[in-house]
Design a protein around this ligand. Structure first.
Ligand code: PRT
Ligand code: ZN
Length: 292
């Protein structure tokens, strides 16, 4: 019987969420002593805990079947190895959000991409940065750095940078201004292009369907409420992401009970609007599992 091997980040911004997601898919692991290999206990899926930068190579070399890594890293590697075997993105995972942006020193006088033509740009994402800028008609000199990109302008090794940004604190602390967002990234599940073989294919499909369920459940809420019968149409329209709610009569009353799974976020504003058209006893419950 085949087993799937999944690579995830050992420690860093993606590691906790990656582990949590796989556990929510019903996977349980026995950890090895060095904690780098986790054996799948009741499902044939094992984990390899590695540096995020190693994940694309582990996939492309066939050491792992699946990997959770930032799209920024996957795209960089795919552009570097353009003509070789490719990675396949199965699904975006909704965490690890960041953007690859061009930032310039506050007083640089650089205000648009057109000013970058003859400038030096420091980045840890040389292939992605060059590709995205070329698409916009700009071909500056790229200075590849493996870390601390944000200090390159003050060190005099570059005029601008192309780096990952999430809150923007690092840029501000280094007196840099975000000038242009080149690329939006989040963590995603990747595999290899091509046929993995029937057994692995079956396991992957099962895992992907559980993943789909976990992610949908996380976004969904079960809403229950009472309402006047003639307000049903309005109520249905006000429930986010609902087309066909379940409707039940309430004994000895002209009101009805309405139950529905809302596929989109339910805000207080939604509940207030429901109340305004006559709904009462409104309950919003989390959805734990979901299988379409
Ligand atoms: O040890 P290992 O190689 O596994 O980890 P790492 O240090 O290379 O990666 P890690 O854990 O920092 O990031 C893993 C992934 O998280 C990245 O590849 C991105 O997909 C994603 N991610 C999300 C980020 C950020 N947000 C982020 N803010 N990766 C890096 N940063 C850095 C950025 O480079 C800059 O230095 O954080 C700084 C900017 O953050 P703000 O909040 O100040 O804007
Ligand atoms: Zn890394």
């Amino acid at each position: 019987m085949s087993r799937l091997r999944v690579a995830i980040q050992k420690s860093g911004r993606l590691s906790e969420k990656s582990q949590e997601l796989l556990k929510n898919c019903g996977l349980r692991f026995a950890r090895s002593k060095d904690k780098l290999f986790w054996y799948g206990q009741d499902f044939p899926v094992d984990l390899l805990l590695v540096r995020d930068d190693d994940i694309p190579r582990l996939l492309l070399d066939g050491v792992c079947d699946l990997g959770i890594v930032g799209e920024n890293i996957a795209s960089e590697v795919m552009l570097e190895r353009e003509s070789e075997q490719q990675m396949k993105r199965f699904r975006k995972l909704g965490f690890g959000h960041c953007r690859l942006s061009i930032a310039v020193p506050e007083s640089s006088g650089i205000s648009s991409l057109d000013d970058l033509g003859d400038k030096r740009i420091a980045t840890s994402y040389p292939a992605l940065t060059a590709y995205l800028l070329r698409e916009k008609g700009v071909t500056p000199q790229i200075v590849e750095l493996s870390g601390s990109v944000e200090i390159a302008p003050s060190m005099g090794t570059a005029d601008a940078i192309s780096d990952l940004v999430s809150t923007g604190t690092t840029l501000r602390a280094n007196h840099l201004v975000e000038m242009e967002v080149l690329y939006e990234s989040q963590a995603a599940l990747y595999g290899r292009a091509g046929d993995p073989g029937a057994e692995k294919q079956q396991l992957m499909e099962l895992l992907l369907s559980r993943l789909e369920g976990v992610m949908q459940a996380a976004e969904s809420k079960y809403v229950m409420l009472h309402a006047p019968r003639d307000a049903l149409e309005e109520i249905t329209e006000l429930l986010p992401g609902v087309e066909h709610p379940s409707v039940m009569p309430l004994e000895g009353s002209d009101r009805i009970a309405v139950h529905a799974v809302c596929g989109e976020t339910v805000f207080w504003e939604h509940l207030e609007a429901l109340k305004a058209v006559g709904a009462s006893a409104i309950l919003v419950l989390p959805v734990e599992k979901m299988l379409a």
